[in-house]
Design a protein around this ligand. Sequence first.
Ligand code: SAM
Length: 273
Amino acid sequence: MIQLSERLSANRRIPIPQTNNSVYNASYDIWWNPDALFFMLKTSVNPARMGYFKRILQELPAHGTGKTLLDVGCGGGILAEEFARLGMSVTGIDPSLSSVETARHHAYLQHLNITYRTGAGESLPFADNSFDYVSCCDVLEHVFDVDAVLAEISRVLKPGGIFFYDTVNRTWLSWVFLIKIAQDWKRWAFMKPDQHLYHRFIRPSELTAKMVDAGLINQEVRGMVASYNILKTLYWLRKRTAGKWTFRQLGERMKMREGRDTNLCYMGWARKA
Ligand SMILES: C[S@@+](CC[C@H](N)C(=O)[O-])C[C@H]1O[C@@H](n2cnc3c(N)ncnc32)[C@H](O)[C@@H]1O
């Protein structure tokens, strides 16, 4: 990713700094180990976003089985596997080789036929109009060039194809929770410094406008809401930093749900024009 960002910034003079994406290159399993941070994407985040995406899919005239889906920024395959279980033909792509290897191995163990490739969302190695659906979840706040990623997603989608997304809003709440508590204040922190950067968070209105520029027409935005109060959260997080709880125990409690409040995280879907 560092090489990619240097190349792109030389070409387009886009400002850095960038999020610290080195965490995704760990040499051990950071995705499917229940005691790893990113397993919380499965326990805390997947139920909310997959519940929502499944509902949207069911409302579409022809959906699911036999359709092709590309998961951009697939990481260890936590979301890609959910789509594959719906009977779709799934391809996952991620710049992190170690994450892609983890995803491949896990899909093999699960007898899931998913194709995984390494590559960045800014330059997708697929032909125009290749996929019925593209998902890009918990990724847009980490990429170097959001506009380029959206343009590429639109290019590889078939006309009328559907884009599923979720990301982090840029608000005082996301600053307090995801920058200060999650990263900076060591008493509670559970992420590495700079894993998220406040200025990389995207407001729903900004994302909608960027999607229009890319030829993607937004259909809906829904909140991804933390269904637990802040004091309880701080108590749980302290248990983990104090070594009394693992990420597994944390993930079992910190569940997100679909809701109206988009102040922290939000999800939605768009259609290629
Ligand atoms: C928080 S993880 C989300 C993983 C997965 N989408 C999920 O929700 O389970 C962010 C992922 O974005 C990937 N990523 C970072 N920069 C990217 C880029 N430019 N294009 C595509 N993926 C990128 C990282 O390697 C990492 O796997």
